[in-house]
Design a protein around this ligand. Sequence first.
Ligand code: CUA
Length: 380
Amino acid sequence: MADRLEMVLSMVSHSKREQNDLNPATNPRRTPALPKRLRWRALLGCAASVVVIAGHVHPAFGNPTQVTNLLQPLSQPAQEIKELSLLVLAICSTIFLIVVGLLVYAIVRFRHRPGDEASEPPQIYGSNQIETAWTVLPILIVFVLILVTSRTIADIQNRKALPGAVHATVVGHQWWWEIRYPELGIVTANELHVPASDGSRRQPAFLKLQSADVAHSFWVPQLAGKTDVIPGRENSMWFEPTQPGTYLGNCAEYCGMQHARMLIRVIVHPPGEFERWVAEQKRAAAEEPSAQAGRQVFFANTCVNCHTIRGTSAHGAFGPDLTHLMSRETLASGATPNTPETLRAWVRDPQKLKVGCLMPNMQMTDPEVDQIVSYLKTLK
Ligand code: CUA
């Protein structure tokens, strides 16, 4: 058997003439090798790219310890997907190691030796057993991969909502996320709040995904796989985090100029705290007497055509709901933290913070901007 294998490998390796063409001693036209220094740099560059691609995607700003790591799922179904990927990786790595091992063996065993010039390698037909084996085995391996993958996909897609599940509708817009909780009567933007599940109380989140314009894709790597958000179609997904915290994600389908600043935050509340957030969001918008002047400027401008502030005459649906704007951590779909300074810069000229975004520069005077910002700051 070993002799057979050696014969087949020698048959697969280069003929004598090809070996001579590749030999720098006999072929002066061969491209010179990269200088050693450059080779090291190229190698280091590749290694760095692999480390970055391996899942360390940094958010646009914020706490540097909050790194979104694809390989550290903290929820179903991301955990199931990771286990499947590791199985596929293990099978493929084994095949890779066997192929590379045989290749290296053939290269070393049948390398050019002094005195080989005069003789041709033995000309042989091959081996029926080996050829049958390397046809049947890959077919079996591919079948195993297909079956395991379909089982995982079916298991994830057919999951039924439990009685305690939280339901939300997420609508992709150029370039922000509208988030509605139809059962709770809440509308917010860019920050999806869900409860954490624990042993005694399971509260998975079931999302319906819609688009108001073009194709987007909803992806929070540590919670679940990516799901496309397609105009004229409703997709769905679910996840069940058990660890409270803030999970970062982003739109994963190129959707226009500010696609890169269409970030998502999923805020997972410890048991009991989600209900408190819901109660706060259900309150009517604040009406502080001190912000009366700013309120008047806001309602005298076209702001009301695009934004809703619940309980007022502002019913616009084109931009984010501002009823509890100041309860959000970020502005412009995660493009910048939500602070009084960035809020002012945003109202002054949104195009400076997010070029091409659909909110125009309203050409307001500085006192008008100050008044509107002082009103917005009360919308807690
Ligand atoms: Cu939305 Cu990319």
